[in-house]
Write a protein that binds this ligand. Structure first.
Ligand code: SF4
Ligand code: SF4
Length: 475
């Protein structure tokens, strides 16, 4: 049996879920894909148009080598046209792993009695943030289990705490949140705390699968979770991130779910999600799930390219769950944000814990263990421009993500110069001598490519000021 909105029992009809499994499967099954139709759809994407469900299905159903190459080439082209060579960097900070839920795939599930339960104290948070600032981080995502302790007041409190830590030249300039769905009052409160993006992953858009993997407590309510970001919008919090955990159900359905969710937010609130995340289950036995829907590396790269083409205006995040090789490949086809120097064990940025403890203090396994410095080195070597930019959010330029793409010349005028300035700060304050040399060479090259003379001169002046010790200069 397949589930459509009429199957959900929710009292408030204005919060009617918008995922219709029949519609998604019918579209997938009735859409033909040929090299010609793939070419037509990719052409539309290259004009920076979002794709419909049917057009997305054309790309998903492409199986022949020629069509898949067309998809990858178009995604690489679109990525270059929109983002250029910029890659935004951030780090996750786990605040607490107490949780009332029992998500079958998660090391923090309530039934896992081996897990060491911790909530960082205010002092611990301060120490963690200092350590992250000392590595050069400027953007964090705070992560919480689902527990009465981690309510909106507490989330707001921790965001304030993080912003208040200033160590040497370091500061966190953007705090994003990954936590349980809130009610409208709660979203209002965390918005007032000055958070950036509020991320909630649906995990799977497929109702029955969702019910299987989320058997108990609050998270079993599919509709409440699905409509969480509608409540965020109602509360005036329009900077939101969506995501699915790939490997729970058919990847083709999940891609359609993500696109449908994006289209829903755009249609209802005139603003799509700021970011889409697509973590992939890595260790099926550790995660208590069958391998039936395991996503191969090949399909994973394909689905990233499809997402890039389907939602050109949305940032795509790939985390350190993936290996260095996959992260490298996916940067070409659409990923615009990655984490660097990630440590998942609670309290581990500022401490050294032994391995036995660590196994029970993390949510899942990571496969890219490089430090932020190593990732910076690699990005610079490959001529990517690493960015810690948070300028729009702090200058009150709201709807920043949309502006980035819709305002003529915005990227050249703001994003690239700001990426250069944040890289210059990093090189001055945190980089080792090898990165310093390559980094300044990259900055020189990037500045030379700024064709607007006024902006080029202003960038040069600001970089000179950074060398003299000024910080937080922005366009
Ligand atoms: Fe709790 Fe989140 Fe883990 Fe589910 S995924 S058990 S809600 S921490
Ligand atoms: Fe984002 Fe604004 Fe910075 Fe561009 S200038 S990277 S839109 S914060």
């Amino acid at each position: 049996m397949r589930f459509s909105p009429q199957h959900y029992k929710i009292p408030d009809q204005s919060m009617m879920p918008f995922i219709d499994a029949d519609e998604i499967w019918d579209t997938l099954q009735s859409t033909q894909s040929t090299p010609e139709s793939v070419e037509r759809v990719t052409e539309k994407s290259l004009q920076k148009n979002r794709l419909s469900l049917e057009e997305t299905a054309v790309l998903i159903n492409a199986e022949d080598e020629k069509s898949i190459q067309l998809i990858k080439d178009a995604a690489a082209q679109l990525k270059q046209d929109i983002y250029g060579n910029r890659i935004v960097l951030f780090a996750p900070l786990y605040i607490g792993n107490q949780c009332v839920n029992n998500c079958q795939y998660c090391g923090f599930r309530a039934s896992n009695k081996e897990a060491v339960r911790l909530t960082l104290s205010d002092k611990d948070i301060e120490n963690e943030v200092k350590a992250l600032e000392d590595a050069g981080q400027k953007r964090l995502i705070l992560v919480y289990g689902e527990h009465p302790k981690y309510n909106a007041e507490y989330i707001a409190h921790t965001a304030h705490l993080v912003y208040a830590v200033k160590h040497k030249n370091g500061e966190i300039r953007r705090v994003n949140i990954n936590a349980a769905p809130l009610d409208i009052r709660g979203f209002r409160m965390v918005k007032e705390a000055g958070i950036g993006t509020y991320q909630i992953f649906q995990e799977t858009y497929h109702y029955e699968t969702y019910k299987t993997y989320h058997p108990s407590k609050k998270k079993s309510d599919y509709a409440y979770r699905l409509t969480a970001l509608d409540r965020a919008q109602e509360a005036g919090l329009d900077d939101v991130g969506i995501g699915a955990l790939f490997g729970l159900y058919d990847w083709r359905f999940e891609v359609m779910g993500l696109v449908r969710h994006t289209n829903h937010l755009e249609a209802c609130y005139n603003v799509g999600p700021h970011t889409i995340s697509f973590p992939r289950v890595q260790n099926f036995s550790e995660a208590n799930i069958s391998e039936k829907y395991k996503v191969s590396d090949e399909d994973f790269v394909k689905l990233i390219a499809i997402l890039r083409l389907a939602v050109p205006y949305t940032g795509l995040i790939l985390t350190a769950r993936e290996s260095e090789a996959i992260r490298d490949e996916s940067l070409k086809y659409g990923v615009s944000q990655i984490d660097g120097g990630t440590k998942l064990e609670l309290g581990s940025y500022s401490e050294t814990k032994n391995e036995a403890q660590d196994l029970n203090r993390r949510q899942f396994q990571i496969n890219d263990n490089r430090s932020l410095g190593e990732i910076m080195d690699e990005l610079i070597e490959k001529k990517y421009l690493p960015s810690f930019c948070t300028a729009c959010y702090r200058k009150g330029r709201t709807g920043e993500h949309f502006m980035e793409f819709s305002v003529q010349g915005f990227i050249k005028k703001f994003c690239t110069p700001n990426a250069i300035l944040t890289l210059a700060e990093y090189l001055e304050d945190y980089a080792n001598s090898e990165i310093v040399e390559k980094g300044w060479a990259l900055i020189e090259c990037e500045i030379a490519q700024i064709d607007n003379e006024k902006i080029r001169i202003e960038t040069l002046e600001k970089v000179a000021q950074i060398k003299l010790g000024k910080r937080d200069l922005q366009f």
